[in-house]
Ligand binder design. Structure first.
Ligand code: AOS
Ligand code: ZN
Ligand code: ZN
Ligand code: ZN
Length: 426
């Protein structure tokens, strides 16, 4: 299934009048505050977020998985799904692949399909958290950190293979997330595990093309429940520095212990020029991978406030790889991703409303109340008409979720692919 422009325009008609009223009201208010609307719209239109190939089917937990009908079974179908998301939202112009789950059979065909849907290939992800069929060595006791050199070599080679695959598609970065760690005290020597990881990452780094970057993701626990080798941003930062200037930290919002001040982490990494990528999601307890903005939207706004500040004031930090990393156990994955994309844009738009000059002045005057007022005034502004306008101007849907439903997307996918697909696993 492919959503055509005329389908979207058809559905947009019924929302046009009320949108125009809401938008005019907001645009007037913001203009009176001295905000340049066309500048704002330009930034929103340019902000594209990569969809992870693994989020297009229903997720699950270790207790089970309830499949969603009509899920994609091949890389081509995953790209088609992202094409649907992008047509509606105009903000999902990239895909993040996972190897070996997404090895293309026909590179030219996959590239052509993605190009036709205006989708770029963002960071490619390696997988050393599962044993692969016919693999000689097992990752049961770690991959890049393993005490056995043969295992480390296999994991290094896999990452080099992933770079090679991504290179053929036009990707420019590799994301390394390791499940390495230990489940019980005494199981691992912390220093050996970190040293092995550093040496292995340096080997992978040597194979990185000159215009590529390596993104090092951290996570405090799971699947290992006593220690994780790359447990926090400090460890990731340390490893990125050890590797070189093309290595960066990647922040996944779900990879922090409760109440961590993620906005501060983001801010400091950008100051040091070492924030390379982002995995958006939301969580209540741990790495819940819930819909972005569904639990802590104010925290997301504060994070975006630092990202916007960094993008404006930290030329030492590169452009970021923006990605969603979410999982949906009970929702239609595509609807869930539409909600996440909207929440990201909303937080970004609100952060763009913060008057940085006034904030700096209030900070210098130690006017704590004013500082809070400035942030909360931006946060409390309903920016949704602005997002809708940005979508409209780019050819997207005024109301993506409603359009998705009214265009019977899921029903059509089920018709085309069948209710139970390979991805169902039944
Ligand atoms: C795992 O917890 C990390 O968030 C990874 O970024 C990602 O979810 C994984 O690579 C996908 O399988
Ligand atoms: Zn992640
Ligand atoms: Zn995660
Ligand atoms: Zn997660």
């Amino acid at each position: 299934m492919k959503i055509e422009q005329q389908h979207i325009e058809g559905v947009n008609k019924s929302y046009l009048k009320s949108h125009q009223e809401n938008y005019d009201f907001l645009a007037n208010n913001l203009t009176q505050k001295g905000i340049n609307i066309s500048n704002l719209l330009g930034k929103l239109k340019a902000f594209q977020v990569a969809i992870p190939s693994w989020a297009l089917g229903a997720g699950g937990t270790r207790f089970g998985r309830f499949s969603y009908y009509g899920e994609p079974s091949s890389l081509e179908q995953k790209i088609q799904d992202i094409g649907i998301l992008h047509a509606l939202t105009q903000t999902a112009g990239a895909v993040s692949l996972h190897i070996p789950w997404d090895i293309p059979e026909d590179y030219a065909a996959v590239k052509e399909l993605a190009e036709g849907l205006n989708i770029k290939f963002d960071a490619v992800n390696s997988n050393t958290f599962q044993d692969q069929k016919d693999a000689k060595e097992t990752y049961k006791y770690g991959s890049l950190s393993n005490t056995n050199e043969a295992v480390r070599q296999q994991a290094i080679q896999h990452n080099l293979d992933v770079i090679n695959i991504g290179n053929q598609l036009g990707s420019k970065s590799l994301t390394v997330w390791l499940a390495d760690g230990s489940c019980f005290p005494g199981q691992n020597n912390f220093q050996t595990a970190l040293q092995n990881t550093e040496n292995s990452l340096k080997e992978i780094y040597k194979g990185l093309p000159s215009d590529w970057s390596m993104l090092i993701e951290y996570k405090p626990y799971e699947p290992n429940f006593y220690s994780t080798v790359i447990q926090d941003w400090g460890t990731s930062f340390m490893l990125a520095n050890a590797c070189g200037e093309k290595a960066y930290s990647l922040v996944d919002l779900g990879h922090h212990l409760p109440n961590s001040n993620i906005e501060q982490i983001v801010s400091i990494l950008m100051l040091k020029g070492k924030l390379g990528g982002f995995h958006f999601n939301d969580s209540k307890y741990g790495d819940d991978d819930l819909t972005v903005g569904s639990i802590k939207p104010y925290a997301l706004f504060l994070i975006f406030n630092e990202l916007v500040y960094g993008m404006q004031n930290n030329p030492q930090n590169p452009d970021l790889a923006w990605m969603i990393d979410a999982s949906h156990n009970v929702k239609d994955p595509l609807e869930d991703l539409i909600q996440s994309l909207e929440a990201i844009q909303e937080a970004y738009a609100k952060a763009l409303l913060v008057n940085q000059t006034e904030l700096k002045e209030a900070q210098l005057n130690n006017d704590v109340v004013k500082c809070q007022e400035i942030l909360q005034d931006a946060y409390r502004t309903d920016v949704r008409p602005l997002l809708a306008q940005a979508r409209l101007e780019s050819g997207g849907a005024l109301s993506p979720i409603n359009s998705y439903r009214r265009l019977n997307v899921r029903e059509t996918l089920i018709e085309e692919r069948g209710k139970y697909t390979v991805a169902t696993g039944l």
